[in-house]
Ligand binder design. Structure first.
Ligand code: SAM
Length: 473
């Protein structure tokens, strides 16, 4: 009889040990996932589904450089003197002068403060997992889900003022290689101190126990990524704002429903409804725009309204997909979020300074972070074209303008004539007669040099029917 050699015996023993270790690790993860779920359900949050509907489209870009592996990407960075930092699962390229030449068109499609986190797991966004290939943590991968979950987590942190937003996810291609990149707002800052780390974790703890966020690491807040001195290099104090920013968003998962609830509760003085235009029902203030995934009542049913507006636009040959959408008096930004969910390349919204910080949070939690919201007091004389960020100006040709229930608040902003939009969706106010609406539309056509292509009356939510129109140049 043949006896296995001592080496073979040892090898078999170690293999068994590794196998046992994996089982142990996976069962701890299973327990952790169950605890996460119980905590979320226990805090009364039944909406466990993550809505990805309002995330921007994932665009495809051909890289001007040939790369076939993460190591080669690092070599190319060195050759081109591109600054980068590396993590276990990603390679981060901060904004810098030569980045446009190095990464190509993708850089022009995002704000100038965007950095790009490229996953080491070279796969398309549809197939990629954040965790690098070769990592055996199957259950952790399934808990983390698709890369859209990481974008939603980053934006939830942003809405909680704890991290930078993720503007979008991109699909990069170099020959037959496919890659996933997150475009994130770059944080220029200093590594946090142990006290900062404690301050951050003290903010995070209640958000986790209330089920707003879930922690991915099995060790929870005892994981080195949440421990002093600096949360494993992941916590920075941003120089420009002095705020603490956590950049390791893949360690968290966002529960959108309780997050939206918290944000809208906190905004009740401002957004429930735009200063003097407060809305009341049964003596209580309520939202103007309904927010997807939130059960609170609102005056306008944004989902139904968008369905109708989109179909009317499409009937007249207008798609928002790939275009910049402008929304004057955007309120919580939900109409923009719908347009982004339908493929709009970027959203620009304007509303009052006390409203916009809340709108930004709502849009971030929904995932619609490919948007710029401008806090301002609009008026007919307002120079709206000058308020558009420089990098977006070149993308305004053919854009779509929403002028919804805005005219009574801000009149007809004359400078909109100087923005090269192609189509306006106009909605007048409740209680306006057809004759008054005719007069408003006549003034708009004169001021902006456009023609009516369709007129109708539409009602949604709590409202009586209103005059609506599509105008084009
Ligand atoms: C009736 S709501 C319409 C909101 C959105 N356009 C819609 O139809 O769903 C009017 C919005 O105009 C904003 N608003 C009122 N006066 C404004 C001003 N002078 N400048 C900017 N926004 C203003 C309010 O804050 C509010 O969000």
């Amino acid at each position: 009889m043949n006896h296995p050699s001592t080496t073979t015996q040892l090898y078999n023993y170690l293999r068994q040990y590794e196998w046992l270790r994996r089982i142990y690790r996976e069962s701890r993860t299973a327990l952790h996932i169950t605890q996460n779920r119980i905590r979320t359900l226990g805090s009364g949050n039944l909406g466990l589904k993550r809505h990805r509907t309002y995330l921007s489209n994932i665009s495809k870009y051909n890289l001007p450089l040939a790369v076939s592996s993460p190591e080669q990407l690092l070599d190319r960075c060195k050759e081109h003197e591109i600054r980068y930092s590396t993590g276990r699962h990603s390679i981060y390229l901060p904004p810098q002068k030569a980045l446009g030449e190095f990464l190509g068109e993708i850089v022009r499609d995002y704000p100038t403060d965007a950095g790009f986190k490229i996953l080491r797991n070279f796969q398309s966004p549809a197939k990629a997992s954040y965790i690098a290939n070769g990592d055996q943590r199957r259950l952790t991968k399934s808990m983390m889900g698709p890369v859209t979950n990481q974008a939603l987590a980053a934006n939830a942190l942003a809405a909680l003022d704890l991290g930078p937003p993720c503007y979008g996810i991109a699909h990069l291609q170099s020959g037959s290689e496919e890659m996933t990149a997150f475009a994130v707002r770059h944080v220029e800052g200093d590594l946090a101190s142990p006290e900062d780390c404690e301050e951050f974790v003290n903010k995070l703890r209640p958000l986790v126990s209330q089920g707003l966020l879930e922690l991915v690491p099995v060790r929870g807040l005892k994981d080195p990524d949440f421990l002093p001195p600096h949360c494993n290099f992941n916590l920075l104090r941003e120089r420009s704002t002095g705020e603490l920013m956590y950049i390791d968003f893949q360690q968290l998962l966002a529960n959108q429903q309780p997050l939206l609830k918290k944000i809208t509760e906190n905004s009740s003085e401002d957004v429930h409804f735009g200063g003097s235009s407060s809305l009341f029902r049964d003596g209580k203030k309520y939202l103007y725009q309904s927010i997807p995934g939130l059960s609170s009542t609102a005056k306008r049913d944004t989902e139904y309204r968008w369905k109708i507006y989109r179909s009317m636009l499409e009937k007249h040959g207008v798609q928002v997909s790939g275009k910049v959408v402008l929304d004057v008096c955007c309120n919580t930004g939900v109409m923009l979020a719908h347009a982004i969910g339908d493929g709009a390349a970027w959203g620009i919204g304007w509303d009052l300074p006390n409203v916009v910080p809340h709108s930004r949070k709502v849009m971030q939690v929904l995932g619609a972070a490919c948007s710029t919201l401008i806090p301002t007091q609009l008026s007919p004389e307002y120079e709206i074209s000058a308020s558009v960020p420089e990098w977006l100006k070149a993308k305004l040709e053919g854009s779509v303008l929403f002028y919804l229930a805005a005219i009574q608040h801000v009149g007809i902003i004359r400078d909109l004539a100087n923005i090269p939009w192609k189509t306006v969706f106009f909605e007048d106010h409740e209680g306006i007669t057809n004759e008054e609406a005719d007069e408003n539309l006549r003034k708009i056509q004169n001021a902006w040099n456009c023609q009516i292509v369709w007129r109708g009356r539409i009602s949604d939510g709590d409202c009586g029917s209103r005059n609506v129109a599509i105008l084009q140049r």
